[in-house]
Ligand binder design. Sequence first.
Ligand SMILES: Cc1ncc(COP(=O)(O)O)c(C=O)c1O
Length: 417
Amino acid sequence: MSVEHYQNTYIQNNFADRIGGANYGKDTNIYKFEKIKRAKAAAKKDFPDIELIDMGVGEPDEMADAGIVAKLAEEAAKEENRGYADNGIAEFKEAAAKYLKDVFNVADINPETEVLHSIGSKPALAMLPSAFINPGDITIMTIPGYPVLGTHTKYLGGQVYNVELKKENNFLPDLSSIPEDIAHKAKLLYLNYPNNPTGASATPHFFAEVVAWAKKYNVVVIHDAPYAALTYDGLKPLSFLSVRGAKDVGVELHSLSKSYNMTGWRIGFVAGNPLIVKAFGDVKDNNDSGQFIAIQKAAAYGLAHPEITEAIAAKYSRRHNLLVDALNSLGFKATKPKGSFFMYVEAPKGIKGGRRFESGEDFSQYLIREKLISTVPWDDAGAFVRFSVTFIAKGEEEELRVISEIKRRLSDVEFEF
Ligand SMILES: Cc1ncc(COP(=O)(O)O)c(C=O)c1O
């Protein structure tokens, strides 16, 4: 029996309001990522012989380091690693605390009480609201951004207050723009640097402001840092926890997905304030039974080898250089990010003597449908598109070919900005 069949049964009427209630699945709006998927399919159908260049993907193009894979194989073969991991093994917690010290100069993390593994950052973001949000409570999110903490806040009957990340403010939220009553009522503030999608990095000065603001308004800070170790051009990886007082107000979420090419492995950790870590552990214990111990051990091996991340960062840095040069030669105002694999650039207003672009989405659709270049549009705070340098290319020569091809395809028009 089909989905449509069951839409006419009681199952449809039993859905919770948080996913649409009895109207669940009947919404005819097409969401952004579905639109991209459809445009890609249509472009491939119209131009079956032209390569579709995918600059939209948000995950690494390579597999994990051979040493990490070998460690997994070794540990997976051991009988003692077979069972429930519950809230994690000491070896991983110790490796995480040492990693914070070695890479971020955060020296005072107690591995027993201030670190807990997660099955990636996404589930941690989904669970943290359960520890804090009662109906009516507020989470402050930044837009554009990764929405999971906000989605779960709403699932729990809470409310989301959005702060825009604007170019003129270096894509940092203007905390003073948050109304007093919202700030007083808010329980959680979500931040993410280096940022998806803007590629912006935070500064120690900004983080110090965040700590002061959080203390003033009694807000818990959740800093989501999956790109924290992917930095370029001499910028040192920056942890929120390295700022004085940060551990009094919040936690930081790390992930091996991007910094170790381990997206599918599902491993990360939450570190910082021990009471928040404890509460996260209690909620987590009611959600999952921990990541496979062999994966935790392989991840601990990775965390002890930060040079793996440095090599990945060198590749992305090189690709960013090529992409920024190519886009700027076409009239874009692209700047190389100092971290993350995202290049966020303002969409043109139109083509000289030709069509106008009403939004980032409009431009992104044009790129896919007419140029077979896939990007992700963001229109929350200005019209932008996000290119990701995780495009598929084996080796430097191939990287150069892909970027030259983008430039060639866009060279037959003159963009207006
Ligand atoms: C800002 C941000 N947070 C969290 C995640 C999820 O990462 P993980 O694979 O650790 O769940 C992503 C992945 O795209 C992300 O961009």
